[in-house]
Design a protein around this ligand. Structure first.
Ligand code: GLA
Length: 402
């Protein structure tokens, strides 16, 4: 700041006016408004993790209903997104065609239904010739597809990266962003390029969220031949990316597996805690029509959601790694921090965090609140130590004593 001011003040008045005029040119205002579509990480539901290609009009309507009745909508989950397999072909004009068997009422009627519930509607496509399940991709049809989505009432597009040999990711994603913006409809743009070209370093301003890794699997530790990973391994790949996240553009460590078969309740709780600490998009991927009360309590923990949606928009980072014991922290608006104490081991273990390693004075008296027990643990000085069950976390909020 200090080295910029003198130059500015030294400018002749006419030149200064011209510089200000450029800064205020029409281009910059729409870009700001477009970024504002994701001032905080987007929240919603997506069909892929639980249903893969088994998507239908009925599933989406029932899910929208359940998002309202369960309280998810009112907790902030707004986008209802159909992932791969809703599309079957293109007609003679090149217009994308939704599966008439699975979506007999058409996409416009379905979007209208979702909107009538106070929710927003999303679809999926791909930057290549085909989607990952072999359906028609948008390469070469960006303008047509964006116009069709807008006409249907789409509010969110997830844009995948299969069948893209020879395609440049920056060009492909910018082309679709521009096509979406040209429709005049506010559409959140979710980039799903799996982190291959380090999108964190360039996607701000191109997309509102960008995937940083391969697909998340519903397990603690597992892989597939094509490369999916359990959430703890995906977490490890987020280290160092926090500096790229902020209002308008977010690292996306993939959609939630909370509540899906393959994770214990404790593992789901830890997964959700971390996605909130990472300021990740919170996109539920379970069957919300039949979720257990335990899963509901995780997805609807408003104190944890508030960490994710904090207006400061900082992504959390790893503070300490002692092998199986880790400490992570996220600076929050108003000066507090959200802190996770994570036990990756097979046995319960005590884990400590000192005020010093959080960048705070050791002698400070800080309030510590447990975000899963919804309980104030008291005003503590210097350190906080707690016993953490295996594969679980304790998540607290540390703030100045009032
Ligand atoms: C890729 C994406 C997933 C999902 C599937 C659909 O694997 O990374 O999130 O969209 O394609 O085929």
């Amino acid at each position: 700041m200090s080295d910029r001011l003198p130059l500015r003040w030294a400018m002749p008045a006419a030149l200064l006016l011209a510089v200000n005029a450029i800064a205020a040119a029409p281009q910059s205002q729409p870009q700001t408004a477009w970024m504002d579509l994701a001032r905080t990480p987007p929240m919603g539901w997506n069909s892929w993790n639980r249903f893969q290609c088994d998507v239908s009009d009925a599933l989406v309507r029932q899910t929208a209903d359940a998002m309202v009745s369960s309280g998810m909508r009112d907790a902030g989950y707004r986008y209802v997104v159909i992932d791969d397999c809703w599309q079957v072909s293109r007609d003679a004009n090149g217009t994308i065609v939704a599966d008439p068997q699975r979506f007999p009422n058409g996409m416009k009627a379905l979007a209208d239904y979702v909107h009538s519930k106070g929710l927003l509607f999303g679809l999926y496509s791909d930057a290549g010739s085909k989607t990952c399940q072999g359906r028609p991709g948008s390469n070469g049809y960006e303008t047509e597809d964006a116009r069709q989505y807008a006409a249907w009432g789409v509010d969110y597009l997830k844009y995948d990266w299969c069948s893209t040999d020879g395609v440049d990711p920056k060009i492909a994603y910018t082309t679709m962003r521009d096509a979406l913006r040209a429709t005049g409809r506010p559409i959140v743009f979710s980039m799903c390029e799996w982190g291959k070209s380090s999108p964190s370093t360039w996607a701000r301003g191109v997309a509102h969220l960008w995937r940083t890794t391969t697909d998340i699997l519903p397990c603690w530790e597992c892989t597939k031949s094509w490369g999916g990973l359990g959430w703890p391994s995906i977490l490890d790949l987020q280290v160092g990316l926090d500096k790229y996240a902020g209002p308008g553009g977010w690292n996306d460590p993939d959609m939630l597996q909370v509540g899906n078969p393959g994770l214990t309740i404790g593992e789901s709780r830890a997964h959700f805690s971390f996605w909130a600490l990472l300021a990740a998009p919170l996109v539920a991927g379970n069957d919300v029509r039949s979720m257990t009360p335990e899963t509901r309590d995780i997805l609807l923990n408003r104190e944890v959601i508030a960490v994710d949606q904090d207006r400061l928009g900082r992504e959390g980072h790893k503070v300490r790694d002692d092998g199986d014991r880790e400490v992570w922290a996220k600076p929050m608006e108003g000066g507090g921090q959200a802190v996770i104490l994570f036990n990756r081991g097979a046995e319960a273990a005590p884990i400590s965090v000192s005020w010093h390693e959080l960048g705070l004075a050791d002698e400070a008296k800080l309030q510590v609140r447990d975000l899963w027990q919804h309980k104030d643990l008291g005003t503590l000085g210097g350190t906080f130590t707690v016993r953490v069950p295996p594969h679980e976390v304790v998540m607290v909020r540390v703030s100045s004593a009032r």
